[in-house]
Design a protein around this ligand. Structure first.
Ligand code: NDP
Length: 282
């Protein structure tokens, strides 16, 4: 019988560490500051921005929010990002996705200075991650997944990591991070003929699909570590991509949903803000 990973406890400990780093910076006269741009009516985004605000307050990180209605244009947002790039008091810029449909997302993201790209979505930041450069921001969900895997003492070398999903924000970057740590990596997606052929071989299985319970117990290798990234709203409940309760009969460890990867995603963002404040000032 496997166990649910206590992600809340991991985040609690990491938050304490981060708080100390913030206090150290403040003693040096540096106030870490995050700028958030929200240009959508997406409810999940509003909740996510609220969670960031709360964690910033807890950690002593300053936050400034720019919240827009539908009348905003791509040019308006680009202007604000350019101003924030030049503003020395701002260390990190986060553009909450999705944006209103009429906004050119690529143009906005490409405008963010790579020095302040704390969400890690700028092509230059992603490129640095892919070539394995150390001084880069790792996008928040993949970074949070690595925090969990490292914390539980995962052995990567020689292990087979299988990722289901190949998105820019989760699947692709986590594949590179696991590759860098010495795992043999397979990435599955919607065109993969039979994902179970691969998932059954996974010592480390990452599900980032967005389909409730697409990964069932019979698709999991006995003893596997399972990371469930999926957040799916079904009949008022939040379900992951993995059928957790049954998966526990075969896996060794699994992240719960809710209360799993989502918690480390917010933490990782603020770790990136503190990293940015350090790199820009020390
Ligand atoms: P995307 O929709 O961008 O990507 C989903 C991926 O899953 C795609 O690569 C797609 O393949 C693949 N896929 C879709 N259907 C299947 C299938 N039947 N079999 C195999 N692969 C399939 O989603 P995201 O990566 O943005 O998010 C994935 C999930 O993670 C969502 O539930 C999202 O809400 C959640 N999420 C959670 C976060 C957290 O902090 N916990 C943060 C970010 C996301 P293809 O490329 O071929 O279309």
């Amino acid at each position: 019988m496997g166990e649910k990973i206590n992600v809340k406890d991991i985040v609690k400990r990491k938050k304490e560490e981060l708080k100390q780093r913030v206090e150290f910076l403040k003693k040096e006269g540096i106030q870490p500051k995050l700028a958030v741009i929200l240009a959508s009516e997406d409810e999940a985004s509003k909740i996510y921005v609220g969670k960031k605000r709360k964690m910033c307050d807890e950690l002593g990180i300053e936050q400034v929010e720019y919240i827009f209605d539908r009348n905003i244009t791509t040019e308006n947002i680009v202007d604000i990002v350019e101003k924030l790039n030049k503003d020395r008091s701002v260390n990190g810029i986060l553009v909450q996705l999705p944006l209103f449909k009429h906004i050119d997302m690529d143009k906005v993201l490409d405008t963010i200075s790579d020095k302040k790209d704390v969400d890690g979505f700028h092509p230059l930041t992603l490129g640095k991650l892919f070539i394995g450069e150390k001084e880069t921001f790792i996008s928040c969900t993949p970074k949070g997944i690595m925090t969990i895997l490292d914390d539980i003492g995962t052995d990567y070398e020689g292990k087979h990591a299988v990722i289901v999903g190949r998105s820019r924000i989760v699947g692709k970057p986590i594949s590179q991070l696991l590759l860098k740590r010495g795992a043999t990596v397979t990435v599955c997606h919607s065109k993969t003929k039979d994902i179970s052929v691969f998932t059954k071989q996974a010592d480390i299985l990452v599900a980032a699909v967005g389909r409730p319970h697409i990964i069932t117990k019979d698709m999991i290798k006995p003893g596997a570590i399972v990371i469930d990234v999926g957040i799916n709203r079904v009949d008022g409940k939040i379900l992951g991509d993995v059928d957790t309760e049954n998966a526990l009969e075969v896996c060794s460890k699994i992240t719960p949903v809710p209360g799993g990867v989502g918690l480390t995603t917010v933490l990782s963002l603020l770790e990136n803000v503190v990293q940015a404040a350090q790199e820009q000032n020390l």
